[in-house]
Design a protein around this ligand. Structure first.
Ligand code: MN
Ligand code: MN
Length: 468
């Protein structure tokens, strides 16, 4: 063996997905990504993602957990929590006390939420006040077509689904920005202050109606339109959840069509691949579960986030339906023996901003699924740090299944940082590790992910369900 060969054998080297996969695998990758783009276009809110997941699951033979009185190997079930959070499972052949395999992803994304009393008129225009959700760079949101998605719940018990701005002939909405000609003061501000939170107002109308007795004629017209279309009055906004999201559809990026650009890929890229893998697996040895949660972008709080008791309550119900009973001790034992892939996006090295990454420990677009032993910030603060034993278990599974994967931290030490649902899964006494797809422009209205990495994330979850 030459020194060169031996050096190669002894050292760690990243691989590029496209240099390794076969032509057939490449075909599978492109097919998978077409399906993924459709998922993105139809699921721009957590509620829409849940509805789509239910549809996909039912088409694949999954039934509602509530409708099953007992469960046995091969059964495929799902259960929905408040329309924003869903758990799916395929019951395995193994004794449930040996634990199950969980893949968890989140389906909420940064956006602009309408405030509770949003509508106002000013200077002959009607606008909606918003309150941004999640970590956004506020300057990225003006001067771009937006769509409105959500629900309005009325006192008569009905809830109306709203989706305006997605159809070809739909109107869209926007946050206006200042013209450069008059932007002298604005442009000398720090980027964080250039667009203020209270400046993210959405333009919704500009044509007044009514006689001279009505003081706000544009607002009056908008209220009349809303009343005709949805039967609502302004008061009904108080019990509504409406999210303004980018109106654009997912597209291929690049002359080689190697990437996908879209809104909300954090974390629907992992939600889609996790969902797709639990739908595609055969009856596994260990029970397979897929949990899609809401509220990750604001700290996993609330009854539909990872911190909700929904997960444990559902696990208890599954155990009871498998074995006839579920004591606290049994539940604890099952949970302790679980393993979880917290599937969330990583930060791909951006050639324009590569100085924020430490390239030996950063992820690159096209170099496979990214495994993140820990996240956190500063001295790993707030991190869930997977044990060496668990990392080893996972890397063995990935390698045995020819998954191309890479390791990464979230940026240089002391550059910033972040967290995922992993820390809350870990709190339950479960082995968990972050893994997912590296993206560019994370949290922006147009995030970019490499198709090779999306394909490898899907392959990782399949391998995990099958072999762990
Ligand atoms: Mn995320
Ligand atoms: Mn995020």
């Amino acid at each position: 063996m030459t020194d060169k060969e031996q050096f190669k054998q002894l050292s760690y080297e990243r691989k590029c997905v496209y240099e390794v996969i076969s032509e057939n695998e490449k075909k599978d990758m492109f097919t998978l990504c077409e399906e993924y783009k459709d998922f993105l276009n139809k699921g721009k809110t957590e509620r829409e993602c849940v509805a789509q997941s239910v549809k996909a699951a039912e088409n694949a033979g999954f039934v509602k957990l509530e409708n099953k009185s007992s469960l046995s190997a091969g059964d495929k079930i799902y259960t929905v929590n408040r329309d924003k959070n869903i758990m799916l499972a395929v019951i395995g052949t193994d004794d449930i006390t040996n634990g199950f395999n969980l893949v968890g992803a989140h389906i909420d994304s940064p956006r602009l939420d309408l405030k509770q009393n949003p509508l106002y008129e000013s200077d002959g225009l009607a606008l909606f006040k918003t309150h941004y959700y999640g970590g956004i760079k506020k300057y990225q949101w003006p001067a771009m077509p937006l769509a409105l998605h959500g629900v309005i719940c009325k006192k008569d018990g009905s809830c109306i689904n709203v989706c305006i701005g997605e159809g070809e002939n739909d109107p869209v909405f926007c946050v206006t920005d200042l013209l450069p000609h008059l932007g002298k003061d604005q442009m000398s501000k720090k980027m964080t202050d250039g667009i203020e939170g209270e400046a993210l107002n959405i333009l919704v109308g500009g044509m007044g109606i009514g006689d001279s007795d009505v003081s706000e004629k544009v607002k009056y017209n908008i209220l009349k339109i809303l009343n005709e279309k949805y039967g609502i009055t302004e008061t009904d906004f108080l019990s509504a959840e409406i999210e303004a999201v980018p109106a654009h559809k997912a597209s291929d990026v690049g002359l080689d069509r190697s990437m996908i650009g879209a809104y909300g890929q954090d974390d629907r890229v992992c939600a889609f691949t996790s969902l797709k893998s639990i739908i595609d697996i055969d009856t596994p040895k260990k029970t397979a579960m897929c949990l899609l949660v809401d509220k990750e972008e604001i700290g996993s709080t609330g009854n539909t986030g990872m911190l909700s008791a929904f997960f444990e309550m559902t696990v208890a119900e599954i155990i009871e339906k498998m074995t006839g009973a579920c004591s606290v001790t049994t539940l604890n034992k099952v949970i302790k023996n679980c393993a979880c892939l917290s599937s969330d996006v990583g930060a791909a090295v951006d050639p324009t901003y590569e100085n924020v990454s430490e390239k030996k420990n950063a992820s690159f677009a096209g170099q496979g699924m990214v495994l993140m032993k820990y996240t956190g910030s500063r001295g790993k603060s707030g991190a869930s740090d997977a044990s060496a034993e668990f990392v080893c278990e996972i890397r063995k599974i990935l390698d045995n299944n020819n998954v191309i994967w890479q390791t990464s931290e979230l940026g240089k030490v002391d550059q910033g940082g972040g967290g995922t649902i992993a820390q809350y899964v870990a709190n339950l006494n479960i082995d968990v590790i972050d893994c997912g797809v590296p993206v560019l422009s994370m949290h922006s209205p147009f995030e970019v992910a490499a198709k090779g990495d999306i394909y490898m994330a899907y392959r990782s979850y399949i391998a995990f369900y099958k072999d762990r």
